[in-house]
Design a protein around this ligand. Structure first.
Ligand code: NIG
Ligand code: FE
Length: 416
């Protein structure tokens, strides 16, 4: 299959983009991509490839931008119920952490999720994944974390693997048993931390052995935050996970600066996510590391907060900046990563070019897949978007409507 005559073929060829190098899109005007099976086989100008592959099935992308599929490296897409009533409480002035401490927030989604069987979880998540996919997310990280007990956490994981098998998307699973202190351990965060280390992680490893079907081990993540896991507890969980061979992620500095970003950098975690209140010292540590700094601008927006991830400071420190949606029922229920790009341009002060690289090649690095997805290069997966815009800068500038005309995933076309 030959996609030709793209107004701009945005290749983003090359490795993840560190610091001020972010935003080098390597655009080919009047560009073309030749796809063989599930992989990209050639990238060049339309003149060159149309001559070489004149027998191929053709898609005319004139007036369109062609982009690598988005990688969304941070979602909590599997849950049951909703938190519309809490949204009203927030509008009346209650804070996110107040609602959590009163037994609501994550814990109210935990109650609904524990009651949902596997089929219900799969059904409710499927429609969210399709919305994300139609808006351009072709690879999506999905966390557990609304079980907070071994059985439900593993049921959520089973839902993630079943949906990965079922749909066109690639899902990257993450175990977030340490998302909040389980209600059974109210007032005893250390007790729950110990349970995560001594019971849940071993059960996860055992379950993966039987059900993972040879996939690489999932990420292990922890919510390092006031009211959730403090720095020592987060470290205890991540050290145990690392000893067992799991790759690591962390939720750090979403509300309070506890040192989670620095911890992630020192443990060589794949990513540290949120980073809203991160200190300058911790930004320096992230900048010097290979840990990807993931900004989630939908979250402060969803909570109507004024502070966002200080992207320019992270770039000045040499950090690898990525973007994600954080799709979840509490802080930001939005499956559209284009909105994250639009918010990042306005409130994280980055350009559309930087936001696009952050949501593709750098986001791929945040889930360890930069060698397979995130850019248009021969040998990579044929995951592409045809956008109904003639100039990539309209991404970010325009928002709220879906600019994706078609998604191509592993060489298969999904027309919107
Ligand atoms: O990334 N911070 C923790 N987890 C989510 C929110 C989850 C929820 O409120 O249900 C986040 O913002
Ligand atoms: Fe999150």
């Amino acid at each position: 299959m030959l996609i030709h005559s793209a107004a701009q073929l945005v290749t983003i060829a090359g490795p993840p983009q560190r610091g001020k190098e972010l935003g080098n899109l390597k655009i080919i005007p009047d560009g073309a991509v030749y796809i063989q099976g599930e992989k990209i086989s050639a990238i060049a100008t339309s003149a060159e490839l149309c001559k070489q592959y004149h027998h191929a099935e053709k898609i005319n992308a004139s007036q369109k931008v062609v982009l690598p599929g988005f990688v969304d490296p941070h979602t909590h897409a599997v849950w049951a119920g909703d938190r519309a009533a809490e949204f009203e409480l927030k509008l009346e002035g209650k804070t996110y952490l107040e609602i959590l401490q009163a037994g609501g927030g994550i814990l109210s989604t935990v109650r609904a999720t524990r009651e949902a069987n596997l089929e219900t979880l799969i059904d409710q998540t499927r429609s969210r994944l399709w919305r994300a996919f139609r808006h351009g997310s072709t690879t999506i990280e999905v966390k557990t974390g609304y079980g907070l007990e071994t059985e439900t956490e593993l049921r959520i994981l089973a839902a993630i693997l079943a949906l990965d098998d079922e749909g066109p998307w690639d899902l990257v699973p993450t175990f977030l048993g340490a998302h909040a202190i389980a209600p059974e351990f109210r007032g005893d965060p250390q007790g729950y931390t110990n349970l995560v280390c001594t019971e849940m992680l071993p059960a996860l490893l055992d379950w993966w052995d039987k059900n993972g079907r040879g996939r690489p081990l999932p990420y292990v993540d922890v919510f390092c935050e006031t009211g959730a896991f403090d720095l020592a507890q987060s470290q205890q969980i991540l050290i145990r996970a690392k000893e067992m061979g799991f790759p690591l992620k962390i939720h750090a500095d979403e509300f309070d600066n506890l040192g989670g970003a620095r911890l992630a950098a020192s443990m060589n975690a794949a990513s540290a996510d949120h980073l809203v209140t991160t200190s300058d010292e911790d930004i320096t540590a992230i900048g010097l590391s290979d840990t990807v700094a993931v900004g989630l601008p939908g979250t402060p927006f969803g909570l109507a907060q004024k502070d966002y991830t200080p992207a320019q400071k992270i770039l000045a420190a040499g950090g690898i900046l990525a973007l994600a949606s954080d799709l979840n029922p509490g802080t930001t229920w939005c499956e559209n990563l284009q909105i994250s790009i639009a918010l990042a341009c306005r409130y994280m002060n980055i350009t559309p070019a930087q936001a696009i690289a952050a949501a593709t090649i750098n986001a791929a690095a945040a889930v360890g897949l930069a060698d397979k997805v995130g850019s248009l290069e021969p040998g990579k997966q044929a995951d592409l978007l045809l956008l109904d815009i003639p100039d990539y800068r309209q991404l970010g500038y325009r928002y709220g409507t879906n600019l994706v005309d078609a998604v191509i995933k592993n060489g298969t076309v999904f027309q919107n």
